[in-house]
Design a binder for this molecule. Sequence first.
Ligand code: SF4
Length: 217
Amino acid sequence: MKDFETIYLRIREVSPEHHFEFTDSPFWILITTILSQRTKDAVTDAAARSLYSKYHDSKGLENASPADIKAIIKNVGFSNVKSERIIEIAKIINHEYNGIVPDTHDELIKLPGTGSKTANIVLTQGFGIPAIAVDTHVFRVTNRIGLIQAKDPDHAEEALKKIIPEKYQIEFNPVLVEFGKNICKPVSPKCDICPVSEFCDYYHNVYVMAKKVRGKN
Ligand code: SF4
């Protein structure tokens, strides 16, 4: 059994602070997270900033023209689908939730384009409620280390919930995102400078073995 806290604190120590474009508005955290799906951070943040400066809140977005939204978020992945989703979400929040983003996982995942990861980002970053948001970085890093053996993000969320104390759950996703972008990269992870290599299954079973094979050739 690996010691989660030792591993996590070493990861946190080397991970730069994650930038969130919005920290005080669950609505804009929700919209930004929807925009971020399959989109680089800088593109997402610029699109979210432009939307915010033009429409301000869910009422402004509800009455926006779809063509205008599409033009503003044109550099974002799947901008056509997302522009319609954003307007739809604004409408639902205004008419079914009195303009207030719901603060439960069950209600959030009823919104268009809002899966468990997005819901949990809104809960943790918008409301300060502990939850585990499993994105591609969290999934890859925790499986590589061997903290979990999960076949998909839903299983990963369940497994991680059991091993991550609540006091770390809010910060866990942003810390792992930065660690995944800077050290445990999708391709060519920097295992030689990684502070948790001694605990990592990938390091012992893949990285070290590959080095040995290369040494023999
Ligand atoms: S040792 Fe390599 S694979 Fe394991 S966590 Fe560190 S960078 Fe990722």
